[in-house]
Design a binder for this molecule. Structure first.
Ligand SMILES: [Fe+2]
Length: 272
């Protein structure tokens, strides 16, 4: 009957999303910025139990300790140390062209091996315990595979292997899209050894234009193919590298390129 949970439905559904939009007197500007809240719905014998916990990311801990927002998000750029002059900020940022992103992983929960991670689209993911929702610890893709960004929406094959796609922007060889796999059996009993250390790069595809990789939120997968659309909504790497000292947020570094409409160019570039 309507309004009841069927008794055959058993297990736990884990989701995340933005949950907290202000810290102390400071507020976020965008829906994508809120501090990550992990939710679970556990179905057992016709009943459902809900629980939630904030992701204890380094971002969450830094903000809580300072009692204000000190880590920049997609739509909110902040300056943690007001004493640093603009020159110092500029130099720091040119040394690390790709900024040190937030680990406020609020987009999706992904599985690598038997490890569950709260994920966004940057190099940091945070492992969580899917039953207690406690944060186990932060993993950095860059310690295991050369990429700066990775999607929060991987695919799983029938054997439980995970396939995902990322972007290597700069300082990691020629800029390219990376397709990678984490095998189903990648987890170790030792929680200090994340499944990610078994990551395998499958292939890479060069950008159509070196300073303007396409933004992508997800991709397609069939039994034999990965399907990727290098679309005209792009990340401007020069804007990204200079956003901090220009005082604009990461979101403003994404732009639709109306002049870029030829899919034929992509074919030729890949085949060369
Ligand atoms: Fe999504």
């Amino acid at each position: 009957p309507p309004g009841s949970v069927p008794p055959w439905l058993q297990g736990t559904l884990v989701r995340n999303g933005p949950g907290l939009f202000s810290v102390g007197n400071s507020e976020y500007n965008h829906w994508f910025d809120g501090l990550s809240l992990i939710h679970s719905f556990t179905f057992h014998n016709g009943e459902v139990t809900y629980r939630s916990k904030y992701l204890k990311s380094e971002t969450y801990k830094s903000n809580t300790k300072a009692d204000r927002i000190v880590v920049s998000e997609f739509g909110t750029m902040v300056y943690p140390d007001p004493c640093k002059n603009i020159f110092a900020r500029t130099m720091t940022h040119f040394r690390n062209i790709v900024p040190n992103f937030t680990d406020n992983n609020l987009i999706n929960i992904i599985r690598y091996g038997q490890d569950y991670y709260a994920s966004s689209e940057v190099n940091y993911i945070n492992q969580i315990d899917p039953l207690t929702l406690e944060t186990v610890g932060r993993a950095n893709y860059r310690n295991h595979i050369a990429l700066n960004l990775a999607t929060a929406h991987p695919h799983y094959d029938k054997d439980g292997n995970t396939f995902n796609m990322g972007t290597a922007i700069i300082g990691l060889g020629r800029p390219k899209y990376i397709i990678f796999k984490v095998p189903a059996n990648a987890s170790d009993k030792d929680p200090k050894k994340p499944a990610l250390r078994k990551v395998q790069q499958i292939c890479s595809v060069p950008f159509r234009s070196a300073l303007y990789p396409s933004y992508f939120h997800s991709f397609g997968m069939t039994e034999n193919y990965i399907v990727f659309v290098e679309q005209s909504f792009k990340l401007d790497i020069v804007k990204l590298a200079t956003a901090y000292f220009r005082g604009v947020n990461w979101g403003s570094c994404l732009k639709f390129d109306e002049k870029d409409s030829s899919a034929v160019d992509l074919r030729e570039e890949v085949l060369e």
